[in-house]
Design a protein around this ligand. Structure first.
Ligand SMILES: [Zn+2]
Ligand SMILES: [Zn+2]
Length: 257
C-alpha cells in the first residue's frame, strides 16, 4: 500500500479538515508515493523514535504531536535530518485526532468505562466533537475515583483540586478531555459533572473547581493522550499489515516524590 493510500485511510478516521485552524497536521516529511513498509505509532517524534522506526523497518511514523509546528527557515533539527536521510515519512494527526469520533476523547471515555457518552463541545461547521461526558456504571467516592484514574491511566502521580465535603459524597457524572483541557471546566460545571479529568491545568482553575464542588484532576498530558495509541493501532491493523506502537514513545515529564 502506498503511503498516500495509508494517508487517505487515516483521513477517514481523523480528517485533516477537522483540525484547529492554528494547527499543522498532515504529511510533514517524506514521499507519499513510496510504498509503506511498516507503520510506527507515537505521541511524539524524536530521534529515539526515528531510530526505532529504522530498526524495525518502518518508513512511516504516525504521530499525534507535530514535529514541525512553527514555520521553519532551515532544516538542521537532528530528528528532521535523520528522517529525511533515512527516507522515513512523518504524518501528523494532532487536533484532528482530538476532535475525531473514536479519537483521543472517545478512547479516554471508553477506557474509564463511561456510559451514555456525549461530546462536551461540538463544532457546528464540521460536526466534530471535543471532550466527552459520561457516567460511571457505579458511583464512587472521590478517593476511590482518584485511585481508579491513577490505575486506568497508569499515572505515577496526579494532582487534583482540594476536596470539599461535598465532593467526598459520590462521583458519577464525569467529563474527560485528553491533553490540555482547561477551557472545558466551565461546561463540565454547567453539565453538573462530579469530576473532570484533563491535563495542563492552571492553578486558578483548582480554586474554581473547589468553590463549585467539582473534583478537577490533572492526570498529565502524556497519560491522558497516549491512551489512544492502542485503539488506534488496533484499528490500523484491521487494514494494514505491520503496525507497531513505538516502544520509545515517552513522557517528557519525570516525577519526583
Ligand atoms: Zn491532543
Ligand atoms: Zn497533546
Amino acid at each position: 500500500m502506498l503511503i498516500s493510500e495509508v494517508i487517505a485511510n487515516l483521513n477517514t478516521y481523523a480528517p485533516e479538515f477537522i483540525a484547529d485552524s492554528w494547527d499543522n497536521v498532515g504529511l510533514q516529511v517524506g514521499d507519499e508515493n513510496a510504498e509503506a513498509s511498516k507503520i510506527l505509532l507515537t505521541l511524539d517524534v524524536d530521534i529515539d523514535v526515528l531510530k526505532e522506526a529504522l530498526e524495525i523497518g518502518a518508513n512511516l511514523v504516525v504521530t499525534h504531536h507535530p514535529l514541525i509546528f512553527k514555520p521553519i527557515s532551515s532544516i538542521t533539527d537532528e530528528a528532521l535530518v535523520f528522517a529525511i536521510k533515512n527516507n522515513i515519512a512523518i504524518f501528523t494527526m494532532h487536533t484532528n485526532l482530538d476532535w475525531a469520533t473514536d479519537g483521543i476523547n472517545d478512547s479516554f471515555a471508553r477506557l474509564l468505562g463511561l456510559e451514555s457518552i456525549e461530546p462536551i463541545r461540538r463544532n457546528d461547521d464540521n460536526g466534530a466533537c471535543m471532550g466527552r461526558f459520561g457516567s460511571l456504571k457505579n458511583s464512587m467516592s472521590a478517593h476511590e475515583f482518584i485511585k481508579f484514574i491513577k490505575q486506568k491511566l497508569g499515572c505515577e502521580v496526579l494532582k487534583h483540586s482540594r476536596l470539599t465535603q461535598d465532593v467526598g459524597v459520590k462521583i458519577k457524572r464525569v467529563g474527560v478531555c485528553g491533553g490540555a483541557g482547561d477551557e472545558f471546566l466551565a461546561e463540565c460545571i454547567e453539565q453538573k459533572c462530579d469530576a473532570f479529568v484533563t491535563s495542563d491545568v492552571h492553578y486558578h482553575l483548582a480554586k474554581e473547581a473547589y468553590s463549585k464542588g467539582i473534583l478537577l484532576i490533572d492526570a498529565g498530558h502524556f497519560e491522558t493522550e497516549s491512551l489512544v495509541l492502542k485503539p488506534l493501532s488496533n484499528w490500523l491493523a484491521t487494514w494494514f499489515n505491520g503496525v507497531e506502537v513505538a516502544a520509545k514513545c515517552k513522557n517528557y515529564w519525570e516525577y519526583k516524590l
